[in-house]
Design a protein around this ligand. Structure first.
Ligand code: HEC
Length: 424
């Protein structure tokens, strides 16, 4: 071997060594800040904190697995379709950094390399609300057992119409609240007509109904804040109806959830409205592992789609949003191949999708009512549409932006006599 080859070999050796094991302080902590700490810190949704090396170290191998399988951070859109402004996925390189840190023994490195700790807002994430309303009574959650979905009326007492730019649900007890959806009940609606504020209510026959989806809460889902110039219209005399899903966790406790609304400070150009392609006439046979349900919505006039929100319950398996244009062309807007009921995520297209008059949103969902679905409450039951978590839903919620002075009804489907806004 000549001196030259030796030198080259030595060089190669140095090059291989040049990629040292990533350390927590220098390489991993910034990734946890960016992708994990919103939920993995005290008082938030995730079951353990990832703020420090001491906290993260025992979880190293589960962290590796969760990021490699892309179970964490939670984001379920198939990357082949659509581009989303709120995309949470980590890059391959970021995942690789975490994997080689764990494989290299998960070293701490030099604490001097640590990034500055993030400052977190404690309290409202939407800024100080202009209006805060709270459930009139506490709800007592038992130590164990399944708790039915609760429906609670929360009056707003608005004497004039309001343009709401941001809304946030703040659970009173995060350990017990699995999810909350706040709906706006317009004045004159029959929905839960004889409900009393704060008292959980079982709608009587003839008091079913619907309202506009205002804001949802689920662990780690950011509050609903719109851009300047966009807002939701909440009419004078409207009330909120909360759908609350509590999960018993071994210790009895109580919850009293609040909702904050922030009004637009600037003139509103675009009204944002939540609509849905929905189907409530399905029957899922017992044991069926792949039962298909479809729904569609045809635009009566032009609108821009700004968010896509699939909604099913525990048997939900996959969900697809497709746009079909009057030209006959169609495109997949969002595909969620593995739906997870724990995460009520909104997928917000980078650019609003223009839906001309006559265009359609078409949704295709599959349900897994087989015993192979670990979330399935009972594989021997026939399952229909219903409010409770052991019943099912099929909603392709989507937000549209329309000119603020335009009549909302013009964009609803024109052929059917009773076009419904998004029900729950
Ligand atoms: C949007 C909130 C949120 C974000 C962001 C998030 N997590 Fe989680 N994480 C949770 C919740 C809630 C759970 C418990 C429920 C569950 O397992 O689904 C969890 C569970 C886990 C678990 C337990 C094992 C498992 O797979 O169930 C690991 C490990 C984990 N997260 C790591 C991470 C890492 C690493 C990141 C960042 C790369 C991250 N998480 C980002 C909310 C979040």
């Amino acid at each position: 071997m000549t001196f030259r080859t030796l030198a080259i070999l030595a060089g190669a050796c140095v090059a291989a060594k040049a990629a040292p094991t990533p350390t927590f302080s220098k390489d991993v902590a910034p990734l946890l800040q960016q992708h994990c700490q919103a939920c993995h810190r005290p008082g938030e949704a995730a079951p353990f904190s990832l703020l420090s090396y001491q906290e993260a170290r025992p979880w190293a191998s589960s962290i590796q697995e969760a990021v490699q399988l892309r179970k964490m951070p939670p984001w379920f859109a198939d990357p082949h379709y659509g581009k989303f402004a709120n995309d949470r996925r980590m890059t391959e390189k970021e995942i690789e950094t975490i994997v080689s840190w764990v494989k290299g023994g998960a070293p701490e490195g030099n604490p001097k390399d640590l990034p500055k700790p993030l400052g977190f807002v404690d309290g409202w994430n939407i800024g100080k609300p202009d209006l805060t309303v709270t459930m009139a009574q506490k709800f007592e959650v038992p130590a164990s057992g399944t708790v039915d979905y609760q429906y609670v009326l929360v009056p707003l007492n608005l004497t004039e119409d309001k343009w709401v730019q941001a809304a946030e649900v703040r659970p009173g007890n995060r350990a017990l609240v699995h999810h909350v959806i706040a709906y706006v009940r317009e004045p004159g609606s029959n929905w839960m007509k004889s409900a009393q504020p704060g008292i959980p209510y079982k709608p009587k026959p003839g008091e079913g109904g619907n309202g506009e989806h205002l804001v949802g809460y689920a662990p780690g889902v950011p509050p609903n804040a719109l851009e300047d110039g966009q807002a939701k219209l909440v009419k004078a005399g409207s009330d909120l109806i909360l759908q609350l899903h509590y999960t018993a966790n071994g210790k009895a406790g109580s919850d009293q959830t609040s909702i904050g609304l922030r009004y637009s400070r600037v003139p509103v150009k675009e009204r944002i409205y939540t609509l849905a392609a929905q189907n409530n006439r399905f029957v899922i046979p017992p044991g069926d592992a792949n039962f298909e349900v479809k729904a569609s919505f045809e635009f009566g006039d032009e609108a821009r789609v700004t968010a896509l929100i699939p909604h099913m319950h525990l048997r939900g398996k996959d969900f697809l949003f497709k746009a079909t244009y009057p030209t006959g062309e169609s495109e997949v807007l969002l595909s969620v191949p593995h739906y997870d009921f724990s995460w009520q995520l909104s997928y917000d297209p980078v650019k609003p999708i223009l839906m001309p008059k006559g265009a359609k949103i078409e949704c295709v969902a599959h349900f897994d009512n087989s015993p192979n679905n670990p979330a399935n409450p009972d594989a021997t039951k026939e399952v229909r549409y219903g409010d409770q978590s052991w019943e099912e839903m099929m909603f392709g919620f989507f937000n549209v932006a329309i000119d603020a002075n335009k009549d909302l009804r013009s964009i609803l489907p024109q052929r059917r006599p009773a076009a419904k806004p998004a029900a729950h």
